[in-house]
Design a protein around this ligand. Structure first.
Ligand code: SF4
Length: 316
């Protein structure tokens, strides 16, 4: 007997399996993101009971994910805290004004849209062809600090992630000759606010996937027409290439920022190199000044021949 297969049905089991796989991966991603954000918040004591967290929402994937994850974590948190989203409308041409208010209303989030035409100021002051980001960010920072004060926010949350932090570390080393990154928590330069980066442990690729899955209404960051800082572009390209060749390298670098051995760097202000003296006590965990196995990652296992001791005969 001939079997008739309806068109389209043959592929159905494969599609269902693919869908199950996708759902499984998304579930894993969700768990990972919640775990890493929760971990960063706990590790750095970012949010406490009664805090009012002002989430800076630019409309890009990172700040959308930050808000989304904080809203979700707040529901499960034993510690009560408030969230208020703030978007700064900088009056860039073509900025879709209604997108974020509509989205925030749909999610029931308390929000404030601050309208300040920093775009015209930056355009007027920065010569054509030069990057405007430095002045633009400075103006934005000042406005956001003011708004945080007006709202009574006790925390300002930014959407920088793990890869931003590693890129900043590398840029400061390469172009600024400083070992300095981007902290997960800091006191603002006006001394009045605590700024937090709850995505400090989160990889950018995970945020891209989360933004796709959650279908955030993304506002492109190219509206101002500014070129991205060329050095940052180069560093990001290098990081991508490293990660492709040696998966896990960015994670290792990010972890390294939290495991610093001051005695093995060269900052005389942070470690008392100039007054070092022998302690007279053996330290099994101490430095083996002339060995480089830690650095190269291999420990030699070659057995060295035992030299005969004068006046003794070794048994066969
Ligand atoms: S990309 Fe445009 S909006 Fe963003 S910091 Fe630079 S100048 Fe400002």
């Amino acid at each position: 007997m001939n079997t008739v297969t309806e068109p389209g049905l043959a592929g159905a089991p494969a599609e269902a399996a693919a869908e199950r796989r996708r759902a499984h991966e998304t579930n894993k991603l969700s768990k990972r993101l919640h775990r890493l954000v929760g971990q960063a918040i706990a590790d750095f004591n970012m949010i406490g009971a009664g805090d009012k967290v002002m989430v800076c929402l630019s409309g890009g994937k990172d700040s959308h994910a930050l808000l989304d994850l904080l809203l979700s974590l707040r529901e499960r948190s034993p510690v009560p805290f408030e969230i208020v989203a703030v978007n700064l409308d900088q009056k860039q041409p073509g900025f879709p004004e209604q997108v974020l208010p509509d989205y925030l209303r749909s999610r029931g989030v308390t929000f404030r849209i601050e309208q300040q035409d920093t775009y015209s100021i930056v355009k007027r002051l920065i010569p054509e062809g030069q990057t405007m980001c430095s002045l633009c960010s400075r103006l934005r920072r000042g406005i956001l600090y003011r708004v945080a004060g007006e709202l009574g926010a006790t925390r300002i949350a930014l959407g920088h992630h793990r890869d931003d932090m590693v890129a900043t570390l590398l840029m400061n080393m390469f172009f600024g000759s400083r070992l300095k990154g981007m902290p997960p928590k800091l006191v603002s330069d006006d001394g009045r606010h605590v700024v937090i980066r709850p995505l400090a442990y989160v990889a950018e690729d995970d945020l891209i996937r989360w933004a796709e899955h959650r279908r955030f209404p993304i506002i492109p960051c190219t509206l101002c027409g500014s070129q991205e800082n060329l050095q940052r572009v180069q560093v990001r390209k290098m990081m991508r290439e490293w990660e492709r060749q040696y998966p896990g390298r960015i994670d290792n670098m990010a972890s390294a920022m939290g495991r610093i051995t001051l005695s093995h760097l060269m900052d005389r202000n942070l470690y008392p190199f100039t007054t070092l003296e022998p302690t007279g006590r053996a330290d099994p965990g101490g430095d083996k000044a002339f060995d480089d196995e830690e650095a190269c990652g291999t420990i030699p296992t070659v057995e060295l021949p035992v030299p005969p001791i004068a006046g003794t005969t070794r048994k066969a």
